[in-house]
Design a binder for this molecule. Structure first.
Ligand code: NAD
Length: 272
């Protein structure tokens, strides 16, 4: 299905690692809706090579950039505008990583060097990306900047560990920078708070199987898939959402508003 919702729009998509990645699905749908974009990921992720298939199928170029390196980001935004032939209309930040999660460090025993690394990659990088675009005046008026987040920023999910704190910081950056972008360029900045999704980053969280199934049973509409998330992202890049900004937008099948569902009650209740 294509309605050319993004015809004539140019963007940068961060975070497509493999076919499971949420950013991968967003890139495919953005292409189907007529967008042109540059794909980027950390140099280390490039070595896995899968991103080349996505570049081929979407007619995109790849520019490696570590989202914590200002030099890499400066180069990325400069070259992207050259390649795409003008300023940008959308940017997707789909990046997350916690060293403490990866190494199985418990929240009550965090390694602070690892915490700082994960915070920089997962949260501050969003500021770095926007500050680079800001200084280069790289965004067209009425553009859209989007990052992905998780409800652990508001509610406790014990095994989400320090990523919960990183997501709270990320969502705050969206509001804080969103103000300045709105005033100067009518650019909107939002975060999508997505259901648990089976990807490389998602599956790295301890107990992921348990909480993806639990979320599915609680949510009246069931979990939102990566494909569903891509549809939502396209709407936020399109001109149909121009006055939505500085919002954390739950895309979770109703999970965030539901206390309990009949199916979960039935699992725990005693039979009459
Ligand atoms: N999977 C879930 O359950 C879920 C739920 C809600 C939100 N999210 C968020 O969605 C986003 C995308 O994650 P995903 O689930 O598609 O997993 P993913 O593993 O496919 O994507 C994470 C990406 O971050 C990139 N990355 C890591 N360090 C980087 C760096 N220094 N510079 C540039 N890129 C770097 C990785 O290479 C990878 O492409 C993340 O922000 C994640 O927290 C995921």
């Amino acid at each position: 299905m294509s309605n050319n919702l993004l015809a004539g729009k140019r963007g940068i998509i961060f975070g497509a690692l493999n076919r499971d990645s949420i950013a991968w699905k967003i890139a495919e749908k953005a292409h189907a809706q007529g967008a042109k974009f540059v794909l980027t990921n950390a140099p280390i992720a490039m070595r896995m090579g899968e991103i080349k298939d996505l570049a081929a199928s979407t007619g995109s170029e790849i520019i490696p950039a570590d989202a914590t390196s200002m030099d890499d980001l400066d180069n990325l935004f400069t070259k992207s505008q050259e390649i795409l032939g003008g300023k940008l209309d959308f940017v997707l930040h789909s990046i997350g990583m916690s060293v403490n999660v990866r190494k199985g460090k418990h929240y009550t025993d965090l390694n602070y060097d690892w915490l700082e690394k994960g915070w920089d990659v997962s949260a501050v990088s969003f500021h770095r990306v926007m500050q680079t675009a800001w200084k280069q005046e790289a965004m067209n008026d009425w553009g859209s900047i989007l990052a992905l987040t998780y409800i652990a920023a508001q509610r406790t999910f014990p095994d989400y560990n320090d990523m919960a704190d990183n997501k709270a910081y990320l969502e705050s950056i969206a509001r804080s920078f969103g103000y300045h972008w709105g005033v100067r360029n009518k650019v909107r900045v939002n975060t999508i708070s997505q259901s648990p999704t089976p990807t490389t980053a998602g599956s790295g969280v301890k107990g992921f199987d348990g909480f993806i199934n639990y979320a599915h049973e609680i949510s009246p509409l069931g979990n939102a898939t990566a494909d569903d998330c891509a549809d939502y992202a396209i709407s936020l890049f399109s001109d149909l959402t121009r006055k939505v900004t500085m919002q954390n937008l739950f895309h979770d099948g109703g999970f965030s508003s539901t206390g309990v569902s009949d199916s979960v009650v039935n699992k725990f209740g005693s039979e009459e």
